[in-house]
Design a protein around this ligand. Structure first.
Ligand SMILES: *[C@@H]1O[C@H](CO)[C@@H](O)[C@H](O)[C@H]1NC(C)=O
Ligand SMILES: *[C@@H]1O[C@H](CO)[C@@H](O)[C@H](O)[C@H]1NC(C)=O
Length: 650
């Protein structure tokens, strides 16, 4: 890591109070960077790149502090109680489990013993973790880090071909499975055995296992430092996290030790995660947001990680109160779901001071803070694979809606590392290259442009961009050379952002062929391919469309039907095919049966479809269907109104 790179890490910095030129905070952050990054790099160069050593230090320093808290949903819970004002009380639905640092450390060491001796886990293996949010996930993960094995966090909803693919690309040798989410992998078991005969699947008995790792009679195993992959550098993989990526099947994104460390130190510092903080996450731990920005910073400083097994809009604040959360993590959708839920006394009985995450939109920013009595919102922008992130810890008025807000010092530095590129006025998906100079140009203030991030070593891109595991092509597609001058290299974010005169950065939209829905990436191409697989259509165009009061874009398919089929038949065929071949977030919410005309250059101009007016187009006579439960039915004005009001579920 070069001096420049260390400086660039300051990009994670933030302006802590409401003002535009807070040089003092910038300097404090820069100091933090230098005083922490250098010792880390020194350690990393001596075989200790692993986060494990930081975790272990924390366990020694904070022995009796709470490290982990889990409001476990009670099986066969008693009926809800109703309070004097008629509100449902959710307290009796949860039993809070808590572990101190000492307890957590001991459990991790005992599980390590079991993994090593009973399952033969070694530091050369990649191990699948297929688990819901619960202590089991964290103990497994940390035990793997102790042993030096590489954890691959599987999305427990994935099944079939994509699941086999995930195991295959990561060279997973064993998978540890939480019984509460074992359905999809069980359904895929035969296929896994057939195609990947060496992969071992272990269905764990959670309660029995926890009895054992809490019992003094189980020996502890703390691997010797020499066996914990001492050859790892700061850019080596610490975990594989799957992203739904841009096209096709999931990709395994490489989390590096450096990222885990940077996220822990700087991100945590900016979001005021401190000793005694309690960070509640209901985001899945198999995504980087919860794992890298929730768990890692918190365990580093002696805070408590609270995990909610599954997000629930109605009981979320009750869970926050029960665990004593000071921080919560969000994604945009979650904020909307929370705002759409009815009033509840726990909305102001919790102790949450800061909510951080990404995708809180400007239109609900203030309402969210006020309704739930939250002082600070920590919005950030980052991509799992991207080398760098930006943040905005926002109090008061200034900076609402932005995903980057710093003092002028850091902005100055930052603007050399992150640039918005002018887009082609003819095609909003393409960057515009000046035909005279042959180079791209920066977007003007308030003009949307694709965000690029500078790659420090254009000759050795892999140093700052680890990309996707075992997928060189996808990795290279993310990098672009000779952008503003010959020899430079940039990471393409695939996202449109804009910057205002105050140097605040705002997220605008996702570019190209993917769109976000329910916090997942949907690949239009993949959906189009699967639609063809239904054997009911001639061709299709898939785009994401905006639906009022919903985050992201819903999947909208325009299809050209085979002439001899009835609409009903076609829709049934499509439904039964995509139901098993696509994850639920990627299944078309809306289908229009019509004709698709390619333009003169054989490209189907997708933008026209993105602006589709629902429920009916301008002409008013086209038929649009929507997925109501398990069936495509005609979209009426009434349905549409219910959908927009959040009363009918997409
Ligand atoms: C796959 O994992 C095994 C250990 O389970 C390891 O020995 C082997 O070298 C790995 N293969 C590749 C291509 O990384
Ligand atoms: C969606 O794509 C972005 C950019 O490639 C990535 O950072 C993010 O992790 C993906 N999200 C999911 C849920 O896979």
């Amino acid at each position: 890591m070069s001096g420049l790179e260390i400086a660039a890490a300051a990009i994670l910095g933030s302006q802590l109070l409401e003002a535009k030129y807070l040089i003092k905070d910038d300097v404090a952050l820069a100091t933090k960077v230098v005083t922490n990054a250098l010792p880390y790099l020194w350690k990393a160069s001596r075989g200790k790149a692993s986060y494990w050593y930081y975790f272990e230090d924390s366990c020694k320093k904070h022995k009796d502090l709470k490290a982990l808290s889990f409001p476990r949903p009670i099986a066969n819970a008693p009926p809800l109680e109703i309070d004097g004002d008629g509100f449902k009380i959710y307290d009796n639905q949860f039993q809070v489990e808590e572990y101190t640092y000492k307890e957590l450390y001991d459990m991790v060491l005992r599980l390590s013993y079991i993994l090593k001796n009973e399952y033969g886990v070694t530091s050369s293996q990649t191990i699948g973790v297929d688990c819901m949010n619960k202590p089991l996930f964290l103990v497994l993960w940390l035990a793997l880090w102790n042993i030096g094995a590489l954890p691959a966090f599987l999305n427990f909803n994935t099944q079939g071909k994509p699941l086999v693919h995930c195991l295959n690309i990561a060279n997973v040798s064993q998978v540890f499975i939480d019984p509460d989410c074992s359905g999809p992998i069980k359904d895929t078991e035969d296929k896994i055995h057939e195609e990947l005969p060496n992969v071992k699947l272990h269905y764990l008995d959670e309660f029995n296992l926890f009895d054992r790792i809490q019992s003094k009679s189980t020996p502890k195993y703390r691997a010797k430092d020499e066996t914990r992959r001492p050859e790892d550098t700061d850019s080596s993989a610490c975990a594989l996290i799957y992203t739904s990526g841009t096209t096709g099947l999931p990709k395994a994104g490489i989390m590096s030790w450096r990222k885990a460390f940077m996220a822990s130190v700087f991100f945590g510092y900016i979001m005021k995660v401190e000793k005694g903080s309690n960070v509640l996450t209901a985001m899945p731990l198999y995504h980087s947001t919860a794992a890298m920005l929730g768990v890692c910073p918190t365990l580093l400083v002696g805070g408590c990680v609270s995990v909610s097994q599954k997000f629930s809009a109605t009981s979320f604040w009750t869970q926050a109160r029960l665990v004593g959360a000071t921080h919560i993590q969000y994604v945009g959708e979650v904020c909307r779901y929370l705002l759409n839920s009815p009033p509840h006394p726990d909305h102001d009985k919790h102790n949450v001071k800061i909510a951080y995450g990404n995708g809180l939109r400007r239109d609900i920013w203030t309402e969210f803070k006020e309704r739930f009595h939250i002082d600070g919102v920590g919005e950030f922008y980052a991509a799992t694979e991207s080398p760098i992130a930006t943040t905005n810890l926002q109090y008061g008025e200034f900076g609402k809606g932005a995903c980057r807000k710093y003092g002028s010092l850091i902005n100055l530095l930052l603007n050399t590392q992150q640039k918005l590129v002018k887009m082609d006025p003819e095609d909003e998906n393409e960057m515009w290259k000046n035909p005279v100079t042959g180079f791209y140009e920066e977007a003007a203030y308030n003009q949307p442009g694709e965000l690029l991030m500078r790659i420090m070593n254009p000759q050795d891109v892999s140093k700052s961009f680890q990309g996707y595991y075992g997928n060189k092509k996808a990795t290279e597609g993310k990098i672009i050379f000779d952008v503003f001058k010959k020899g430079d290299a940039w990471y393409r974010s695939g996202d449109l952002l804009k910057m205002d005169e105050d140097q605040l950065l705002y997220f605008v939209d996702r570019l190209g062929d993917t769109f976000r829905w329910k916090s997942e990436n949907v690949s239009a191409t993949e959906v189009e391919n699967e639609l063809m697989g239904s054997h009911a259509i001639l061709q299709s165009v898939v785009v994401g469309v905006k639906v009022p009061n919903h985050e992201g874009r819903a999947c909208f398919a325009v299809i050209e039907a085979k002439p001899d089929l009835e609409h009903d038949d076609i829709l049934k065929k499509i439904r039964s095919h995509v139901k098993t071949s696509l994850p639920s977030y990627a299944q078309p919410c809306f289908i229009k049966i019509g004709t698709i005309e390619a333009s003169h250059n054989h490209k189907v101009p997708k933008n026209q479809f993105k602006k589709q007016k629902l429920p009916k187009g301008d002409s008013g006579d086209e038929l649009i269907y929507w997925l109501n439960g398990d069936k495509y039915v005609e979209l009426t004005d009434d349905d549409w109104n219910l959908i927009c009001a959040g009363k009918a579920k997409l």
